[in-house]
Design a protein around this ligand. Structure first.
Ligand code: ATP
Length: 237
């Protein structure tokens, strides 16, 4: 049984249907990526899986339970963490406080402290600057903080929305290496990316979204070699 199963999901903003019946699954331990251009419906899909938007139709099953109608904080408790587009860290709070907030549903103080320490090990810059306001971090460092914060809920599924957005090539490389490392540690990841090359090279499966639908699916490897994907998303002619 897959960890996450999305069946014929439809999501609308008023009369505008942004997601028009998509289906895909994520198995435990896999990295699955949704790629596609601006406005294809990738962020809408993640926000719906997080419980921030209500589906118009379809079925979302996570860890054996239908989660269509349960609220966002219950979804976090079920084990889905979302690192949103634009990072959304709290700039005036310290790095340590931002990490603490990711553990808002947990009561195991010692465990929380241990996980904060592992975030500092994973991202030394966060440890060095733990008492500084998070707004002083660079874009790439804020992305590290957003990922570290999402991991603080000890998720079964980590959803990352465009982690490479606006980053320098070096920082992007670092973020992709971190995703690779999380994968090797067994973290299940649903990755939304506009950088198709980077996403496909580390994904087990990928889906190409086009105006609210899934136009093409395959393994990361297959999609990377698919001619239409190469033309449309990998900048080849
Ligand atoms: P991006 O990479 O730009 O975030 P995306 O693939 O994630 O693209 P979505 O953000 O999910 O796409 O947007 C899908 C469609 O829904 C777009 O046509 C967008 O204009 C529309 N949309 C998104 N948010 C809203 C909103 N709050 N109200 C109305 N329409 C919206």
């Amino acid at each position: 049984m897959p960890l996450l199963e999305v069946e014929d999901l439809r999501v609308a903003y008023g009369k505008i249907e942004a997601v028009k019946g998509i289906s895909f699954t994520v198995d435990a331990g896999q990295v699955v990526t949704l790629i596609g251009t601006n406005g294809a419906g990738k962020t809408t899909t993640l926000r719906t899986l997080s419980g921030l938007l209500k589906p118009l139709a379809g079925k979302i099953t996570f860890d054996g339970e239908v989660i269509n109608d349960i609220g966002a904080h219950k979804i976090v408790a079920k084990g889905i963490a979302h690192s949103p587009e634009g990072r959304r860290i709290f700039p005036r709070l310290t790095i340590a406080e931002n990490l603490q907030l990711g553990a808002f549903l947990r009561k195991d103080t010692a465990g929380i402290q241990r996980d904060i320490e592992s975030a500092y090990e994973r991202f030394p810059i966060l440890g060095e600057r733990r008492h500084q306001a998070a707004g002083t971090l660079s874009g790439g460092e804020q992305q590290m903080l957003a990922m570290g914060r999402a991991l603080m809920s000890q998720p079964k599924l980590l959803m990352l929305d465009e982690p490479s957005m606006g980053l320098s090539p070096i920082m992007m490389q670092k973020i992709m290496e971190t995703i690779e490392e999380l994968k090797s540690q067994g973290t299940t990841i649903l990755l939304v990316e506009q950088n198709a090359q980077a996403a496909l090279s580390l994904a087990d499966h990928g889906h190409v979204m086009e105006i609210g639908t899934i136009a093409l699916s395959g393994t990361g490897e297959e999609l990377m070699h698919d001619e239409s994907v190469r033309k449309a998303y990998l900048g080849e002619d």
